[in-house]
Design a protein around this ligand. Sequence first.
Ligand SMILES: [Zn+2]
Length: 225
Amino acid sequence: MPYCVRCGAKLPEDEEARFCPNCGAPLPQEVRRDIAKKRERELLHVAPLRRRLILASFIFLLCILATCFGTLTRIEEGEAQAIVSDFNEIEKIIQKAGIQLIFGNNMMYCLAMFIPFVGPAGGFYVLYSTGKVLAALSHVQGYNPLFLFLMVMACPHAWLEYISYSLAISESIWLSFFIIKYRYRGLRVEIINAVKCISLCAILLLAGAIIEMALITSVSKIAPI
Ligand SMILES: [Zn+2]
């Protein structure tokens, strides 16, 4: 607890304060800096790891549901054909360009999901659209859409991607929360966590891209497309 150097009164823990509320003496720079540092340390405890994990797990479920919802969407013949032909084009490009393209693409989506306020909506839309691709594929190829969805979820890279997207969306929510509640100071504290999260997502998505490429190559060896 800081004290006024002139009158010895207790100073408020408010970094905006410039003067002692008791005697009006200006607060020295280092006192104000100490108060600011203390407030920042307090902010770090607002969102402990346990709360972050709970939110991320909840978002993970919502991400799966978004794709599931897309998979079960009723889809017209024409739209299904269009989505499938786009999908086949992308598959061809992926087979040529490989890991960089898969990683680059997923990382781009993931980074967009980190953006405060708008990231979650965009993220859920992307995951819903992924489900729609599955709906279109199953429509054209005559599979049960849920079967196709389970096939995708049986692949390890899908899990790595969904974990990354859940981390990104929940970090966007934390960033938004800290910005609303503590403004610039909150952003400064939370940005460190965001950077850690982005690095973790990059590692997970890179591992996912390597696995996905390995799966695509082995499948195309067995059944050349
Ligand atoms: Zn004073």
